[in-house]
Design a protein around this ligand. Structure first.
Ligand code: HEC
Length: 193
């Protein structure tokens, strides 16, 4: 004869138990949002946040105050950069920083920060963030503005008399600025503001 056990795991039971578990998890997560602390760690200080927040946007947002000239930049370059990038920026052994204009459409494109990079402000971001390779983030704003000015001048992009600061650097027009196309893949374009 057919007997039935009332504790048999019918789908409705399984679903009920799952529902209870998920609700418990969700409410625990919601509660933890309102629980301020477990006495672990401490809030980051303004100085710590400031030290991490070093990105410079293409439009110059994030640039510090200070300024630098081409002449000052020559000194910074000779003392701190030339050992790796060469005396005039073309000898290497590390990446060539000067030249390459009008080579991008040839069979031997020479991509330098002058011939290839679309925004001058990215030079500030990159040099402060990553250079010199053996002591990144050791340069003062004045040293970075100055060495950026020297690199842009040597690339024929700014005049020797240009003084770079948070206002003048974003206004520098890079030769290859229009050489980039938007990535049209739907998931990528959603991320572009
Ligand atoms: C110890 C060697 C070393 C020193 C010193 C150094 N660099 Fe570099 N630099 C490199 C290397 C290696 C790279 C390539 C890094 C990479 O591609 O990840 C690089 C890349 C760069 C780039 C990007 C080049 C490109 O086209 O992508 C710039 C700009 C740059 N350095 C500027 C400077 C400046 C300015 C200084 C001096 C303040 C400096 N570097 C000092 C080794 C050095």
């Amino acid at each position: 004869m057919f007997t039935s056990n009332k504790w048999t795991l019918t789908p409705i039971w399984v679903m009920t138990v799952m529902f209870i578990c998920v609700s418990a998890l969700v409410s625990a997560a919601a509660e933890s949002e309102h629980t301020p602390t477990y006495n672990i760690g401490r809030p980051a200080s303004q100085a710590e946040i400031h030290a991490w927040n070093i990105d410079i946007a293409p439009n110059g947002e994030g640039l510090p105050s200070g300024q630098g000239t081409v002449i000052e930049g020559a000194t910074v370059y000779t003392n701190i950069c030339a050992s790796c990038h060469g005396l005039t920026g073309i000898e290497g052994p590390m990446p060539i920083l000067i030249g390459g204009r009008d080579t991008l459409t040839t069979n031997q494109p020479l991509k330098t920060v002058g011939s290839y990079w679309p925004y001058a402000t990215t030079l500030y971001d990159y040099i402060y963030r990553a250079m010199p390779l053996n002591a990144p983030q050791s340069l003062s704003p004045q040293q970075v503005y100055a060495v950026v000015a020297w690199i842009l001048f040597r690339n024929g992009i700014i005049e020797e008399s240009t003084i770079l600061n948070a206002q003048t650097l974003p206004a520098v027009h890079m030769p290859n600025q229009k050489g980039f196309v938007r990535d049209t893949r739907p998931d990528v374009s959603r991320m572009v503001p």
